[in-house]
Design a protein around this ligand. Sequence first.
Ligand code: KG4
Ligand code: ZN
Length: 356
Amino acid sequence: MALILAIETSCDETSVSVVSNKDGIYRIHSNIIASQVKDHSIWGGVVPELAARKHLELIPSVYEQALKEAKYDINQIDSIASTVAPGLIGCLRIGSIFARTLCLIHSKPFLGVHHLEGHLSSIFFSKDYPKPPYLVLLVSGGHTELIKVGEKKEMLRIGRSYDDAAGEAFDKVGRLLGLGYPGGPAIEKAANNGDSFRYDLPKCKISDKKGGFLKYDFSFSGLKTAVLRLVERLKDSEENIPVSDIAASFQRVVAEVLVERSINCATDYKLNDLVVVGGVAANFMLRKMMIEKAYEKSIKVHLAPLSLCTDNAAMIGAAALSRLSLGDFQSPLNLGVAARLPIDQAMCLYDQNPPF
Ligand code: KG4
Ligand code: ZN
């Protein structure tokens, strides 16, 4: 059995987890998440400097709690992993320095993990996770990507958002409807009482220079602007803003776009398994619509467990465990952190000459 202590501090959750893998069965022994949502909500979004300070304040106790709940001693841990890219630089630094210091003190191997590979690996905690190759729709606050995972864990990005990520659109629309931060869960709640077909909002596409449209890419900023214009128009005509109907119409359009493009992509690439991960994967309408539409095309949908859709350290541990199941992966202790790193370059984190 391989036992990992993992740390996630790339945005506004301070999380430490102990996870294991025995013969392909991934287990969570503890997964402590200290959310900073309340600290940031008054500002309407994450304040990077504030988030980094909070991580520094919270990480020692979250670490103690994770070991205590897992009933393991640090000496029993095989390797230590932390998110090193992409994310907010100051935030990544706190988790990564904490992890590398533990490695130095306790003589443990260190694995730097790509945050998106972490999201992708949250699926290993579901009972029947698929064998590669498969397609992943990764929908979070910072990314909307379609990624093909190959047999040796090669990751090929097939599609992406050219502007806002889906979660970012939820957050911006949530703010302009006065629903607070984070927008995703607030819009979902408001949409429950709304008419999702009341407003016809645009499904934006990216033009292909060769003509037509890029089939697997996304754009959500036009949709957000359409909601803004709709709200302005309603305010000008002094009508009450039907927040629930707007939220429901917006949520339907986002779900339809994500579902249509993911299923077309899986069909075109002849992939029978479709994995959905990331914060927005917690959205019930998206989950339901994806299962129904994929079924019509004989595609099997694998949804990340609800509690592991948003940022957490267990998924970071799963990414490290899955690397270790493929070979002797280890990062140098002088590996730094990076705000950006495409997922298909995640292998560079295990180069003995660190890329940053
Ligand atoms: O994966 P995540 O925790 O952080 C990033 O790596 O970005 O995702 C956070 C995002 C936020 O934009 C939040 O509004 C969105 O996920 N989100 C949701 C839901 N829960 C969280 N979006 C739609 N419906 C939800 N239920
Ligand atoms: Zn994330």
